[in-house]
Design a protein around this ligand. Structure first.
Ligand code: APR
Length: 247
C-alpha cells in the first residue's frame, strides 16, 4: 500500500504522536460520515438538523434525526483502526487521540486518552441544570426532558452554533502544539475550529500525516498522504510497528 513504509517510519521516529480522527475512522464500523458521497449531509442542510437553533425551534425533526443516529450507534463496534490505535497507545506510540467523533468507539476499543472535541452521543445533557443522563433517555419519548427540572434535554454533543467544550479544546491545543507527529485519520478537515489543530501542529514544527480516502486542503503540507481505508492502513501499520513492539 502506497505510503505505509513512510507512515510507519514517521511513527518510529516520533517521540510524541497525536492522532486526530473524524467520521471516516468509523465508517468501517457501519456509521456514515458526513461529506463523502454516502455521507449524512448529502442532500441535507446540517443547520436544519444539527444546530442549536434546530434543537430550540424544530425539536421534532431534530430528535427524529438524533434518535436515528443513536439507534445506528447501538450496533456499532470498534473496527481495526480503532483497535490498533488503542494498541499503538498501549505500546507508547500514540500519546493522545483528538476526535471529532461522538460515537465513543475509541474508548470502547480500549483507548485511554481520548479528547472528544464535539462531545458524546453516549450522553444527554440538561442545559438548564447541567445534569447528564445516559443517552438512552433520548429514546424514551419524542421530546425528552430533564427528570430533575423538567426542561428539555439535548444530546451531549456540540451542535452547529455552539462552542466546543473549553477543557477539551484547551487540552487539544496543548497536545497539537507539543507533538512532533500529527496524524489525521478519516476527516475532510472541513469544520472549524477542529480543523485548525493540524495547522497549529505544523506551525509548531510537527510533521503531518494524513490517512483519508479523499483529498484534504492540507495534503500539500503532509509528509505522507495514504488514500486507503483506515482499517486496512492500520492493519498494515500494526504488522510494521506492533510485531516489533511485542517481539
Ligand atoms: N478510511 C479513510 N477515510 C475515510 C473512510 C475510511 N474507511 N471513510 C470515509 N473516509 C473519509 C471521507 O473520504 C471523508 O473525506 O473521511 C472523511 C470524513 O469527512 P467528513 O464526512 O467531513 O467527517 P468529519 O471530517 O469528521 O466532519 C467533521 O463535521 O458535521 C460535522 O460534527 C460533524 O464532527 C463532524 C465534523
Amino acid at each position: 500500500m502506497e505510503g505505509i513504509a513512510k507512515l510507519s517510519g514517521l511513527f518510529r521516529e516520533s517521540r510524541s504522536t497525536v492522532v486526530f480522527t473524524g467520521a471516516g475512522v468509523s465508517t468501517e464500523s457501519g456509521l456514515p460520515d458526513f461529506r463523502s458521497r454516502t455521507g449524512l449531509w448529502q442532500g441535507v442542510d446540517p443547520m436544519a438538523l444539527a444546530s442549536i437553533e434546530a434543537w430550540r425551534r424544530r425539536p421534532n425533526e431534530f430528535f427524529t434525526f438524533y434518535r436515528q443516529r443513536l439507534s445506528g450507534l447501538q450496533g456499532a463496534r470498534p473496527n481495526h483502526a480503532h483497535l490498533i490505535l488503542a494498541r499503538l497507545e498501549a505500546a507508547g506510540m500514540v500519546r493522545a487521540i483528538l476526535t471529532q467523533n461522538i460515537d465513543g468507539l475509541h474508548q470502547e476499543a480500549g483507548h485511554r486518552s481520548v479528547i472528544e472535541l464535539h462531545g458524546s452521543l453516549r450522553q444527554a445533557l440538561c442545559l438548564a441544570c447541567d445534569r447528564r443522563y445516559a443517552s438512552e433517555i433520548l429514546l424514551e419519548n419524542d421530546l425528552p426532558s430533564c427528570k430533575a427540572c423538567g426542561k428539555p434535554l439535548k444530546p451531549d454533543v456540540v451542535l452547529f452554533g455552539e462552542a466546543l467544550p473549553a477543557a477539551a479544546w484547551d487540552l487539544a491545543v496543548r497536545e497539537s502544539c507539543s507533538c512532533d507527529l500529527f496524524v489525521v485519520v478519516g476527516s475532510s478537515l472541513a469544520v472549524s475550529p477542529a480543523n485548525h489543530l493540524p495547522a497549529l501542529a505544523l506551525e509548531h514544527g510537527s510533521k503531518l500525516a494524513i490517512v483519508n480516502l479523499e483529498r484534504t486542503h492540507l495534503d500539500p503540507q503532509a509528509s505522507v498522504v495514504v488514500s486507503s481505508p483506515a482499517g486496512e492502513v492500520f492493519i498494515e501499520l500494526s504488522r510494521e510497528l506492533l510485531s516489533e513492539a511485542t517481539a
